[in-house]
Each structure stands twice: as C-alpha cells, then as structure tokens.
Design a protein around this ligand. Sequence first.
Ligand SMILES: *Cc1c(COP(=O)(O)O)cnc(C)c1O
Length: 372
Amino acid sequence: MVNPPVWRGSTHLYDDVAHLRDGLRSNDDGRFFYGRRGSPTQWSLAEALTEMEPGATGTMLYPSGVAAISCALLAVLRPGDEVLLTDSSYDPSRSFADAFLKRMGITARYYDPLIGSDIASLFRPETKAILMESPGSLTFEVQDVPAICKAAQAAGIVTLLDNTWATSRFFPALAHGVDIAITAATKYIVGHSDVMMGAVTTHDQYWTRLRRTAQQLGQVVSPDDAYLAARGLRTLEVRLRQHETSALQIARWLKDRTEVGLVLHPAMPDCPGHEIWKRDFNGSSGLFSFQLKDANDQSRAAFIDALTLFGIGYSWGGFESLALPVDPQKHRTATKWNASGALVRLNIGLEDPEDLIADLAKAFEYYHSAQS
Ligand SMILES: *Cc1c(COP(=O)(O)O)cnc(C)c1O
C-alpha cells in the first residue's frame, strides 16, 4: 500500500510477559506500547516532519498548535525562570505566558520584533528561553532569527520559533540556529481546515526533554487526524507555491489601490524586516495584512462584509480564502502600533486569484459608500 493504515487502538497485546516488560523499558517511537504513545500512523507523520527539518532529531505531535507552544515552553522552563516573547506574538501564546506561566513563578517579558542582536541587552541571569514568531501573524514583522539565536546561544538561552507562516519548507528553522521549531499544523500542513494539530521539532539537546514532557502531559493525536495531516503534507509543496503566487498577485494589486496604505506582506518592501525575509526565506505563503488608510471600524466591516469569496473566520492556511479585521494595538505592551485607519488580514486560498481580485474590487465600492 502507498499509505500507512489508520491504526486505531488504545491497547496493544504482547506475546508474553517478557515482551510486555521489554515494551515498558523502551521509550522510543517506532514500537507499540500503549495508545498514548501512538502508532505507526502518527509516527510516520512525525518522521516526515523531522525529515523536512535539516538538523532535527525528532518531532512530537499535539492536538493543537497552542498545545504545541505551551508544551514546548513547559519542556524548557522552571519556576524562577524568565522567558522573552516577541511583542508580535500570537495572542494565545501571550495569554499562556502571562497567565499560566506566571502562576508557576515564570515571568514573561516582551521585546520589539525588530530588535535583532540587541536582544542581548535584555538578558538577565534568569532569562532561559526566547519565543520568536517570524513573521508575526497580524503585522508580519520579519525577525533577524539568526542574530537572535546567536546572541541566545552565547548566553546559554534556548530559542523557540513559531514557524507556522513559513513552515520548514520556506524557513528551515534549525538550520538558521533555532533550537525548537513549532508549527501549528492546523494551518498549512493539514491545509484543508478539517483538523487541529501542532508539531514541535528539535535537535539532540532538547529531544528527550521535549518527548518526556509531552508524554507526562498526556499529549497524543488521533490516528485519523494524523492520517489527514499526512495526506495534507503530501501536497504541501504545490499548495504553498499556489498560495505564494496568488497572494503576491493580490498584494501587488492592493498596493496600487488609492484606499490602501501599507501592505504588510514579507515579500513586499512595506513590510518591516523585508530585507531579512529576502536573505533568509525560500518563499512566502498566503497570509498577509493591508491597511485601509482612512477606514474606521464600521467602514472596514462594510468592506469585509461585502466580500463573497472570502469567508469571515479565524485560522488560515486552508484552501479557502478568509478575511479578518485585526487590531494589533490591543495585543502590544513593548511597542506601539500607530498606523492610521484599520488593518484587514487576508488568507489567500486556492481559488482563481482573478476571481478574488474581482471580489475585492467590488468590496471597495461598498467601502466607499460606507465611508461617505
Ligand atoms: C493558529 C496559530 C497557532 C495555534 O494553532 P491552533 O492549532 O489553532 O491551536 C499558533 N501560532 C500561530 C502563528 C497561529 O496562526
């Protein structure tokens, strides 16, 4: 068969007591033990994700991207530690750090996503980890990940990267110095908006700790979900290329509209960190934001409501286009977001980009009526 079967099951039966004891001793993937440790369906997906990340030892799977982020942080932090997070962090990452980690006696401090090697000036003796996200998923600042990792490594600080936007395909994280690469597989890996999943890939130094923490926290994904994620993974390359081409075409079209100010797409010069994107990335995906220069909340809503091919909803990375009003000023503490007007975030799906452009053009007519 081409594909691994869906191995469903909690209990694995052993031939005899000797084999039972042998299973208990071994704690490596690739061997049945008990359902919580997975089956060949999950292992083959984890193995494929590891192979896509040069320098990696292994990958753990989680039931969501948020579970992947929180379990990765829990694997490397202990009470008394401090973690530095980018001010452009995905909001649930902030919430986990500010509420849950705080209760455990771990402090969180936020840094300017454009800080680069100056991050070293923030280091304290208790600073033990840095959680980066590049680009940020609302405002798309591209971080100097290699410079931040170099400074962190010199200070013995572990680096984690939320790499959901690029995936290892467009940004091989470990090869750029990152210790722990996190992906919300819900987005591009799954690709069809039908499964929640997270993945964390790391090298030798942190692999055992990451695996043990996931097992101690009882993290497991269903074989059916793993099967669907593996099916998504097989077309990742062609989907990403189409998302890239269509998103660039639409971003350039938007840039020429008089209503539009900044186009925050890492492959466009407006985007903070665009030069770093050019230096470090192998491509760009389908998610970006743009500024409606003179909009208020109401006229922005009129614009989004007028779209017929773009759905209104959270998440992204699927085959369907989505539009979302985003307000980064609500999620910042270390930096200010001062752009005038209002931001719209687009997930460009796999529809014909000409159809999407026609839909956007029509929405601008509704926007003008709402503005006047
Ligand atoms: C969606 C997302 C996550 C969380 O993934 P879920 O599977 O929805 O929990 C994490 N980071 C980024 C950048 C995301 O966009």
